[in-house]
Design a protein around this ligand. Structure first.
Ligand code: RB5
Length: 152
C-alpha cells in the first residue's frame, strides 16, 4: 500500500464512533494519514454536507479513499454516490468489505454506527484498506458505471 490520505467524516450519529475508529486506524496503519473531516461534536448535523466534503477530497486524488459514518451507513452512501467518480459502498461485515474492493473498486466505505459494533467496523475497514480491486470483468462493469455518470 502506498502512503496516502484517508478522509474520514461522520454526522452526529457517528461522531464518537469516528473518533474511536480514527484512533485505532492510526495505530494499525502508521503509514496512512487519517484526516478527520468532521463533524466535531454530537450536535446534530446533516450527513449530506459531510458526505460531499469527504467525496470531493477523494475524487481529487488518483486513488483517493474515504470513510463515512452515519447512523445506518446508508444516507452517507446515497449522498456520496452523487459525486462523479465516487463508488461508495456500505459494509456490514468482512465479506461485504472485501467484495466492495474486489468487485466494485469502492473508494468510500460507509458504516452504520447504530447498526454495527465498532470492533467489527474496524475489522471491516482493515479488510477494505488492504484488499485490491480484481480488475478484469469487474473493470468492465465499473467502467459501465462510469458511463452512467455521463448520461443525462
Ligand atoms: C440521523 O438521525 C440519521 O438519519 C443518519 O445518521 C443516517 O443514518 C442517515 O442515513
Amino acid at each position: 500500500m502506498t502512503h496516502r490520505t484517508v478522509y474520514v467524516g461522520s454526522d452526529h450519529a457517528g461522531f464518537l464512533f469516528k473518533n474511536q475508529l480514527i484512533k485505532k486506524l492510526k495505530t494499525e496503519f502508521p503509514d496512512l494519514d487519517f484526516k478527520d473531516m468532521g463533524c466535531d461534536s454530537e450536535a446534530s448535523v446533516d450527513y449530506p454536507v459531510v458526505a460531499e466534503k469527504v467525496a470531493r477530497m477523494v475524487v481529487k486524488e488518483t486513488e483517493g479513499r474515504g470513510i463515512l459514518i452515519c447512523g445506518s451507513g446508508l444516507g452517507m452512501c446515497v449522498a456520496a454516490n452523487k459525486i462523479r467518480g465516487i463508488r461508495a459502498t456500505s459494509s456490514w461485515n468482512l465479506e461485504s468489505a472485501r467484495l466492495s474492493r474486489e468487485h466494485n473498486n469502492s473508494n468510500i466505505i460507509c458504516l452504520g454506527a447504530r447498526l454495527l459494533p465498532e470492533p467489527l467496523a474496524f475489522d471491516a475497514v482493515k479488510v477494505w484498506l488492504t484488499t485490491a480491486f480484481l480488475g478484469d470483468r469487474h473493470l468492465r462493469r465499473v467502467q459501465l458505471i462510469e458511463k452512467l455518470e455521463e448520461k443525462p
